[in-house]
Design a protein around this ligand. Structure first.
Ligand code: CA
Length: 231
């Protein structure tokens, strides 16, 4: 089952870490933060991420060492790693790429530049997760501008409804239990009651159905929900 990709941000500057978390979550990623090299290695061992944003200058273990050790482990051997650095020397850049970083971005950078680079990396590694636009029936979702249209009508969704719809649109017709949706949308490490899913599905339906538009979401009794695009 495809989930919102999980990004591990390794950054010791709290303000930058918070800014990255905020923007990445807005983009639909699940984010965890580690503030030094050792914490990063522990966090990646506990929950292997889909993508790592790794600062070069870190307390305890430098970014380059973290990168090397992540590459040495089975679970993170192929995990995309994007390094952040204040250094501009060509030599360091090549060293970072040599030990297995996938991309490299120099501080200060703009958030939109970083997000574009992460999307490019994700697209390369896991194409299905990073498409900019997905279409199911008459519903079109643009993940870059965070806009959803049904036919020619703009659909206004809250962030949670957006993520639920994104997940359902990736697997049209497939039935997901509340627990599976919780896991995919909120993440398995967060405690949310199953009926919360019903509340958000209710809001999503309300936003998707205006006038005599049909209900694209099928409720499967005691099983869960599915998006039916040909109904
Ligand atoms: Ca730093």
């Amino acid at each position: 089952m495809a989930k919102a990709p999980h990004v591990l941000v390794v950054e010791d500057e709290a303000a930058l870490a918070d800014l990255l978390k905020y923007n990445l979550e807005k983009e639909g990623y699940r984010v965890s933060i580690a503030t030094d090299g050792e914490e990063a290695l522990l966090a990646a061992e506990e929950t292997p991420p889909d993508l790592v944003v790794l600062d070069w200058m870190l307390p305890k273990a430098p970014g380059i060492e973290v990168c090397r050790r992540l590459r040495a482990r089975q679970e993170t051997r192929n995990t995309p790693i994007v390094m952040l650095t204040a250094r501009t020397e060509e030599g360091d850049r090549i060293r970072g790429l040599d030990i297995g970083a996938d991309d490299y971005i120099t501080k200060p950078f703009s958030m939109s530049e970083l997000l574009a680079r992460l999307r490019a990396v994700m697209r390369r590694i896991r194409p299905g997760l990073a498409e900019d636009q997905i279409i199911a029936g008459d519903i079109v979702m643009d993940r870059v501008s965070h806009r959803v249209k049904r036919g020619s009508r703009e659909v206004h969704l809250g962030p949670t409804e957006f993520r639920i719809l994104d997940h359902l649109m990736q697997h049209p017709g497939r039935v997901f239990s509340r627990e599976q949706l919780l896991d995919a949308v909120w993440g398995s490490d967060v405690y949310v009651e199953a009926r919360t899913v019903d509340v958000h599905i209710g809001r999503l339906r309300k936003a998707l159905m205006v006038g005599d538009e049909n209900d694209p979401i099928r409720t499967v009794r005691s099983a869960g929900y599915a998006l039916d695009v040909d109904a």
